[in-house]
Write a protein that binds this ligand. Sequence first.
Ligand code: PBG
Length: 326
Amino acid sequence: MFPTERPRRLRRTPALRALVAETSLRPSDFVAPLFVAEGRHDPTPILSLPGHFQHTVSSLLDEVKALRHAGVNSVILFGVPERKDEVGSGAWDPNGIAQVALRAVRDEFGDEVVLMADLCLDEYTSHGHCGVLRADGTVDNDATIELYAKTAIAQAQAGAAVVAPSGMMDGQVGAIRRALDAAGHQDTVIMAYAAKYASGLYGPFREAVGVEIAGGGDRRGYQQDYANRREALREARADVAQGADIVMVKPAMTYLDVVADLSRELDVPLCAYHVSGEYAMVKAAGQNGWIDANAVAIEQLTAVRRAGADFVLTYFAREVAEELGR
Ligand code: PBG
């Protein structure tokens, strides 16, 4: 007649709830994505990512300092070059904006910051694809991974502790590992965007880096189809076999099943990327007063950890870290 199961007993006080919480969320669980633009005098706000900027090198250093103050010690840099070309040569130019910014962060913070570099060509190519094109307009996989290898070396030389290939070319992790090792960068970590889906949630990011895919094209020829779950395991296993030290699932909220699969099946650290569109949706609803943005952000980021991710790349890194510290 009366219930024998009384789970509510454990929810009675905040202290009890904290004691039995299965999942934690701390500032050290976050990696902050940061954009740095070439040839600017002032940081430029990114309208679709409220609170984020295309940084100058000097405002980038200030932001890293503020993140550290909030307890976030990991950042991933994206370069926004002044000029683009067919092959994306700015990506591996030792004086390209990403390399300049990596050196600056490295010089200022050394190993106190886990300095990551997104490794892709799309910010640097005139056509906006993540690789070089064949005459028929399709992306040439094997020619592209050679350029990723060159880019990895440039990034490692500039001080990146972690390179994060995000182009979804077959064999990219192996090509990068071999090139890094041959150049004496055995300690450079590879964090592979292993299961990256062709998502509608990258819109604000493309504004942030000024990427438009030529001819209204898309990335379905190389990023994964969101109808597929098992394929993610195949991709991630291939990356681990090629030498990935960390694997990533991207986006986050719509792929928690994939996060759970990979955390169960693999034994490397796993992260998820709470992407630009996920941030923008929460921010926009928050700005309208329809939801409490920080509360929803904490709920979502906790869910990503609960599904099995060890850490999260998120545009909320600073605000949520500050909120958690209050
Ligand atoms: C590719 C890259 C993208 C993102 C990270 N790396 C864009 C894409 O695949 O089109 C998206 C990140 C985000 O939306 O926050 N260099």
